[in-house]
Design a protein around this ligand. Structure first.
Ligand SMILES: Cc1cc2nc3c(=O)[nH]c(=O)nc-3n(C[C@H](O)[C@H](O)[C@H](O)COP(=O)(O)O)c2cc1C
Length: 249
């Protein structure tokens, strides 16, 4: 197969690029302010606390071995709801903060340089105690920010944005990338690091789902513009990078 010039160029992004990095030209080296660890929640919006890990009672009774052996992409869900406890577990498994300082956070997933360049939006469709709509996880507070009230037809919009892959899940995870958090330190090597980091989020989601009789499927085929619009990301400094529907199986 003859590959296009575009592909040849794009493959550069998959390489290390460490040899061309000039670390002293990074914003970190220039002592520019450390990027915020999470996007703040607009003070006019409601914040909903999630269940802390110390209070989980019905989570993760299966072994890690079993979760790994059973993991598969699941695209059919029952119409059962998820509990807040289950949602808290899934969010903590994908972005939960183990330790934080002013400048960085350590989480349940690894991230190149602990930059964690993501925001997690949720389209909540069937979670006990939460009205339908779009929420965003606040990892530092382990809470939800209620971003957008449900309006009729939102699920159709998401179905279109995901190229007919809505599949009626209880909740749809929509991850955006905020690349500057990584670029602040790693400049031109950042795109590869951000993409690698995204894989870790979703793999933890797959395994966490197996532990609570849920299923998920990584979604990389989606309409970029429609997905950005759905979560109101500007498409330049923040854009959708990966999605994953979750439901009971
Ligand atoms: C990066 C990535 C993107 C994917 N995108 C889609 C997608 O858009 N639609 C879909 O049905 N499955 C998607 N999948 C799921 C794969 O098709 C699936 O992992 C693969 O067929 C292997 O099946 P398994 O996960 O059950 O082992 C994606 C998986 C990954 C890792």
């Amino acid at each position: 197969m003859k590959i296009s010039d575009k592909l040849v160029k794009d493959r550069i992004f998959l390489k290390s690029n460490w040899d061309i990095l000039e670390f002293n030209s990074s914003d970190q080296a220039k002592k520019k302010t450390v990027p915020e660890l999470e996007k703040p929640c607009d003070p006019k919006k409601k914040i909903i606390p999630l269940l802390p890990k110390e209070k989980w009672k019905n989570i993760g009774r299966i072994s890690l071995k079993k979760a790994i052996l059973n993991r598969q992409s699941r695209r059919k869900y029952t119409q059962e709801s998820l509990t807040i406890e289950e949602l808290s577990f899934l969010l903590y498994s994908t972005q939960g903060v183990r330790k934080k300082t002013e400048k960085y956070s350590l989480r349940t997933v690894p991230s190149g340089g602990a930059r964690h360049p993501f925001e997690t939006y949720l389209f909540i469709w069937n979670v006990e105690g939460l009205v339908k709509g779009i929420y965003r996880y606040l990892p530092l507070e382990h809470s939800l920010c209620f971003e957008q009230k449900y309006i009729k037809g939102m699920e159709k919009k998401l179905n279109e944005a995901t190229l007919e892959q809505f599949w009626k899940p209880a909740v749809y995870f929509i991850w955006t990338a905020v690349p500057y958090r990584t670029e602040w330190r790693y400049i031109d090597a950042s795109p590869k690091l951000v993409a690698l980091d995204a894989g870790h989020l979703c793999q933890n989601l797959y395994l966490a789902c197996e532990a609570i009789r849920c299923g998920t499927c990584g979604i990389g085929a989606y309409d970029q513009k429609l997905c950005n619009e759905f979560v109101r990301a500007d498409g330049k400094d923040e854009f959708v990078i990966y999605l994953a529907p979750v439901g009971k199986v």
